[in-house]
Design a protein around this ligand. Structure first.
Ligand SMILES: NC(=O)c1ccc[n+]([C@@H]2O[C@H](COP(=O)([O-])OP(=O)(O)OC[C@H]3O[C@@H](n4cnc5c(N)ncnc54)[C@H](O)[C@@H]3O)[C@@H](O)[C@H]2O)c1
Ligand SMILES: N/C(=C\C=C\C=O)C(=O)O
Length: 487
């Protein structure tokens, strides 16, 4: 129940205007378990209105020069940066993450997304070849695709939404974005900045609501030729089915079951704290989080001891507590799902070394109905176990020993996913060799989550289709045309 405090009421943003909706969904504060906000439960009608607005805005926006569009993106970045604290507080409340993380990662990166694509759009070149024997010159031009549908998840709400909006509009498209119904607030706050930044009405439209209703209406709409999706593999399958009759262009950024491979010559001083962070940052709710840690046998006991000690130092607490490293998980249902995985591991004979069911969670009274869980380390677990195969997307990581380089590469590659891996060794030859053999779109060696936005981001196998980044996002959000001039 809502209690006595007024609820935050969100509205769709279409054609530069905030519009109420016929029905609304409750949105929970994960750190208290209370409803604090109501989100439009949009459907086909709202998508149709957004398509009409995006269609009308397209000719004007796509005709602007990249320099003009770049200026608008830069103003948006500045406005967002000026409101950084307000956005960080809102993101933390809506998602459950700590304010510290929202303040240092989510919102700064959202600002950077606009600045980065404002700059990169100015530097693309096209191809040209000559065919002297035929008296011909050939060259390519790139044009925006049209209306882009952008669907994003709840774990890094504004970070991942702006990672799509910025390249799409920089390239001259108009967009209809659908954030996760669980975390809609910062997207709605962003709408308030669009007009101030000079984004013309209809260029960015945001429709809120659930996947099956508004998400499917967007994906199925014949006038939306391009869909950029970040989320889970089952949803990607559904989106692929719905897009197929229209031959839509699809970008799919999906889940992971990311290995960390720790060799005996790793610098444990750096490896242990970074692997704790790569396992549990954002409550383990990052598609790039480590969830299978392979440690070479000779250092296995030493690593395990240090890793468990360092994990126990991670404080779970109110997202507003500056000393907390982890906040609340996104929802009650998700918390239950993550806990179930720990139960399954136990039933399969694995050992839980710390966290769920072993240590006591201590929370302030106001947070006791929130969706909290301790960071949990599991060992003595088989590679075939569900916790070693399936994406848990929570604060649970498994540690297992290995003998040889060849063996660990094979085991690391033995899952359906291929998103991100980390490799820890001071042998540079080994680092290159192993990185090359891993079936993974991203390999971080002796570090984690250092992002270079110019370069391709994305996964192999069930972790996705396509890549995002300066060149990749530009190519995705534009169509190429080859022109031949006979002279
Ligand atoms: N590879 C990446 O960059 C990346 C980044 C973040 C999250 N993820 C993945 O996302 C998943 C967690 O996010 P989630 O639970 O929000 O995923 P999800 O697939 O349930 O939802 C993602 C988005 O899709 C929408 N959606 C759901 N069903 C839909 C449908 N039938 N048609 C259209 N849209 C629909 C949701 O409303 C939401 O906006 C994890 O698997 C995680 O690994 C991947
Ligand atoms: N897309 C990116 C990160 C995705 C994280 C998933 O949870 C990025 O850093 O660009």
């Amino acid at each position: 129940m809502a209690g006595t405090r007024a609820l935050l009421m969100l509205e769709n943003f279409v054609d530069g205007k905030f519009l109420p909706c016929d029905s609304y969904l409750d949105s929970y504060d994960p750190s208290t378990g209370e409803v604090y906000c109501r989100v439009p439960d949009s459907g086909k009608a709202e998508v149709a209105a957004a398509v009409a607005a995006a269609r009308a805005a397209f000719p004007g926006w796509s005709a602007r020069s990249p320099q003009e569009r770049s200026q608008v993106l830069l103003r948006l970045a500045d406005l967002l940066e000026q409101s950084l604290e307000e956005f960080a507080v809102a993101e933390s409340r809506d998602q459950g993450k700590t304010i510290t993380l929202a303040r240092t990662l989510d919102i700064p990166r959202s600002v950077q997304n606009f600045r980065f694509f404002a700059s990169s759009i100015l530097h693309h070149t096209s191809e040209c070849t000559q065919m002297d024997h035929a008296g011909c010159l050939h060259y390519t031009v790139r044009e925006p695709v049209g209306i882009a549908g952008l669907i994003s998840p709840w774990n890094l709400p504004l970070y991942l939404l702006t990672w799509k909006i910025a390249p799409a509009i920089a390239a001259g498209n108009t967009v209809i974005a659908k954030p996760s119904e669980l975390t809609s607030v910062t997207a709605w706050m962003l709408c308030q900045l669009l007009q101030k930044a000079g984004v013309p009405p209809g260029v960015v439209n945001i429709v809120f609501g659930t996947g099956p209703r508004v998400g499917e209406a967007l994906v199925s709409h014949p006038e939306v030729p391009v869909i950029s999706f970040t989320g889970s593999q089952p949803t990607a399958e559904r989106i692929t089915q719905l897009s197929a009759p229209h031959c839509k262009k699809l970008s799919l950024e999906l889940g992971g079951k990311n290995p960390a491979i720790i060799f005996e010559d790793a610098n444990l001083e750096e490896c242990v704290p970074t692997t704790v962070r790569s396992s549990f940052a954002n409550q383990g709710e990052i598609c790039l989080c480590t969830s299978r840690i392979f440690v070479q046998k000779s250092i296995y006991s030493e690593f395990l001891k240090k890793f468990v000690e360092a994990t126990r130092m991670w404080k779970v607490g109110s997202p507003t507590d500056p000393s907390a490293s982890m906040g609340a998980l996104i929802s009650k249902a998700h918390l239950e799902k993550v806990r179930r995985y720990v139960k399954i591991a136990r039933a399969e004979g694995a050992r839980v070394l710390c966290g769920e069911g072993v240590d006591r969670l201590s929370l302030p009274p106001g947070n006791r109905a929130g969706y909290f869980m301790l960071p949990t380390v599991i060992t003595d677990i088989k590679d075939e176990s569900r916790c070693m195969k399936e994406e848990i997307f929570g604060p649970v990581t498994c540690v297992v020993p290995f003998d040889s380089e060849e063996e660990v590469v094979k085991r690391a590659n033995s899952v359906q996913y291929g998103l991100a891996a980390t490799v820890w060794s001071s042998n540079v030859g080994r680092v290159h060799r192993v990185a090359k053999k891993l079936q993974s779109g991203l390999v971080w060696t002796n570090c984690w989550l250092i992002r270079e936005l110019n370069l391709p981001f994305g996964g192999m196998k069930s972790s996705g289709v396509g890549r995002e980044g300066a060149k990749d996002s530009y190519e995705f959000f534009t169509e190429s045309k080859t022109i031949t001039i006979k002279h």
